[in-house]
Design a protein around this ligand. Structure first.
Ligand SMILES: C[S@@+](CC[C@H](N)C(=O)[O-])C[C@H]1O[C@@H](n2cnc3c(N)ncnc32)[C@H](O)[C@@H]1O
Length: 403
């Protein structure tokens, strides 16, 4: 089983740039003192993201220490997460750059640019040749200035691209679209903050306004934290949006425009990705006494567009993994959502599998898209027995190359 696509590691030059910025800011600090200051800030930010979840423009976008701590620690993580999401649009969902002319990207709640700049970088890696203009909107002027600075400093990573920044509180003030619409609109871990106080109705209206900024073939990629609440809200809002405007299609996480089944019927699982990432050396140094999870990124994810969805035939013959792969005494199993939007339990008998093959199956990740050949209905409802690991073909299994 050879995974595809393989994405490049987080660029070392950006890692160095962020660390340099921190050293330049506090030239009198010893390395230990600087690391400790960043660690204290990371613990605070981590609590804010995972526990208190209360944000305003001073939360982490107005102080140098917050921006530099985010950059050195969280930035590579959201960069890699957005790289996974964009690679799905590109390799699986048939998003295409315009045939000619500039490619336009809008990054909403861009912060210092992890999502937008990751997109510039990946598109160039995939040999997308158009000139690219990236518009970044955020209410933190300092973050936007940092993004421009980083873009300018590492131009070799994204040749022929321009960044335009606008300082804006997006909660109430989403401007009407002008003639120049976007090929990609990115919301990397920002939607939940921008709409933190909003009720369902106003969230849907807000998302409709975002979609007005999209070209007919353009895609909106939304990633949010992986809590049950925010993932369920994201999937439910996307579904209602589609119900209220039939032109909008749900391209991901599932298939054939079908919604997430988990907010309709109860399940042990909920829609989110769990992907392995490679922590940078700086992240590892910061993290050594903190012991935070740095080797995987979890996120809720949805992809919307007015373009037609890619159709995948069948029911259980294609699936997206929504559970860990479990190795039990006699079986290896996982849960997937099929191309008919139903939940299936796939099962392999271990006695039929060689050790090496078992390893391969255990390396599958939540979010992987598989084609299942020759599965046979089991005794239980929606249980599919696989004759061998060769029944599994990998359709979309993005992995980060080890740097
Ligand atoms: C978790 S950060 C994500 C930043 C970036 N998208 C990334 O991928 O790393 C959330 C961003 O949303 C911005 N934000 C939150 N609420 C906002 C609002 N009401 N208006 C504009 N930006 C907002 C914050 O300033 C912050 O930069």
């Amino acid at each position: 089983m050879t995974p595809h696509p393989i994405l490049p590691p987080f660029p070392k030059s950006i890692e160095k740039w962020w660390w340099n910025q921190a050293c330049l800011k506090w030239p009198d600090y010893s390395e230990d003192k600087l690391l400790n200051a960043i660690r204290r800030e990371i613990v605070e930010q981590s609590d804010r993201f995972n526990k208190t979840r209360s944000f305003d423009s001073n939360s982490y976008g107005s102080r140098d220490l917050s921006i530099l701590s985010y950059g050195n620690f969280f930035f590579p993580r959201t960069w890699q997460a957005m790289s996974f999401a964009l690679s799905e649009a590109y390799f699986l969902r048939n998003w295409k750059a315009p045939r000619k002319g500039p490619l336009r990207i809008l990054d909403l709640g861009s912060g210092s640019g992890a999502s937008g700049l990751a997109s510039l970088f990946q598109l160039r890696q995939w040999s997308v040749k158009n000139p690219i203009s990236l518009e970044a909107w955020d209410y933190s002027g300092k973050s936007l200035a940092t993004m421009k600075n980083l873009h300018r400093s590492c131009m070799d990573l994204w040749p022929d691209s321009k960044v335009f920044t606008t300082r804006k509180d997006l909660t109430n003030d989403l401007p009407p679209p002008n003639k120049r619409k976007f090929d990609l609109i990115l919301l990397g871990f920002s939607l939940n903050e921008i709409l933190q106080e909003s009720e369902s109705g106003s969230r849907i209206e807000w998302m409709k306004k975002v979609l007005h900024h999209l070209k007919p073939g353009g895609f909106v990629l939304i990633m949010d934290p992986a809590s049950v609440d925010s993932c369920t809200r994201l999937q439910e809002d996307s579904f209602i949006l589609k119900q209220e405007d039939a032109r909008i299609n749900l391209h991901a996480p599932y298939f054939n425009g079908l919604p997430c089944p988990f907010f309709i019927q109860k399940s042990k699982y909920y829609s989110h990705e769990v992907r392995r990432i490679t922590p940078t050396q700086t992240v590892q140094r910061i993290n050594s006494p903190l012991h935070l999870e740095t080797r995987e990124v979890k996120f809720g994810f949805t992809m919307l567009s007015k373009a037609d969805v890619v159709t995948l035939p069948g029911g259980s013959e294609h699936c997206r993994l929504v559970s860990p792969v479990r190795k039990r005494k006699g079986t290896i199993s996982f849960i997937g959502i099929g191309s008919d939007g139903e939940e299936y339990r796939y099962e392999l008998q271990r006695r039929d599998i060689k050790k090496e093959e078992t390893k391969g199956v255990l390396l599958l990740q939540r979010g992987d898209v598989l084609q299942i050949n020759g599965g046979v209905a089991g005794k239980e409802e929606r249980q599919i027995r696989l004759p061998s690991p060769q029944s599994i073909s990998l359709l979309f299994t993005p992995r980060i190359e080890v740097g």
